[in-house]
Design a protein around this ligand. Structure first.
Ligand SMILES: O=C1O[C@H](COP(=O)(O)O)[C@@H](O)[C@H](O)[C@H]1O
Length: 233
């Protein structure tokens, strides 16, 4: 598999390099279609990337930003991925971007998922860029080991673009974009940092059940041997 592995000397250099690449992808989409769609991960890894990307000199008012997954918590929670995006990415030049959060107050993830699926099928097609993260349990987006909904998230029989997910290691209930939608992204990257994540990546690239490390669903896609992996110590 021809995975493209980009190693940077520092996390700052990685953020600069990936932000520059993403800005070019978004600018190209804007030139071609007049609009661009960017799906980003939450968690802790993207903070520096968001800081750099928010300064990119592109037509942000033509960019739609969404998350690849969300923890089903209110935006005033530290666990909210939407909060991270609003505070970290949608500032400076990028404040003009349109953000499409998942969380709907007063509804559970399971209740909201069908409506979100319909809505994001329109919003997210096409995805110009999708940046995935990875947990040391081998999850990516909200594709978690031990989740009853993993099959539906990886191969939705009804063509869903968003599914609700629960898993022992997930903390709270979540929603996630489904794998087919993520794989449709023109530019698809996995952004990981630290020796621990590199070790986890090594395990994920080795033989073993996909269900134990769902990130394998992305790494083993022959149709996406252009997956770009960004890593810094
Ligand atoms: O829960 C999540 O975790 C992963 C990895 O997060 P990190 O803190 O290890 O960077 C993230 O990619 C995902 O979007 C998030 O919901």
């Amino acid at each position: 598999m021809d995975l493209r592995f980009h190693e940077y000397p520092t996390r700052e250099a990685l953020a600069e390099g990936l932000a520059t690449g993403l800005a070019a992808v978004l600018a190209t989409a804007i030139d071609a279609r007049g609009a661009a769609t960017l799906a980003v991960s939450g968690g802790s890894t993207p903070r520096l990337l968001f800081e750099r990307l928010s300064q990119a000199d592109i037509e942000w008012d033509r960019v739609c930003v969404l998350l690849v997954d969300e923890r089903w918590v209110d935006e005033d929670s530290d666990r909210s991925n939407a909060r991270l995006v609003r505070n970290g990415l949608l500032v400076g030049r990028a404040a003009k971007a349109r953000f499409e959060p998942f969380f709907i107050p007063g509804r559970t993830a399971a209740e909201a998922a069908p409506d979100l699926s319909d809505r994001f099928a329109v919003i997210a097609r096409p995805l110009d860029a999708a940046i995935l993260g990875m947990g040391n349990d081998g999850h990516t987006a909200s594709f978690f080991p031990g989740s009853e909904q993993l099959g539906a998230a990886l191969a939705p029989s009804d063509g869903a673009s968003v599914v609700a997910v629960e898993a022992p290691g997930a903390g709270e209930p979540r929603v996630t974009l489904t794998l087919p939608l993520l794989l449709s992204a023109h530019f698809l990257a996995l952004h990981i940092e630290g020796e621990d994540k590199r070790e986890t990546l090594g395990l994920a690239l080795a033989d073993g059940p996909l269900e134990e490390m769902p990130v394998r669903a992305v790494l083993r896609q022959e149709s996406r041997d252009d997956l770009q992996i960004f890593w810094a110590r």
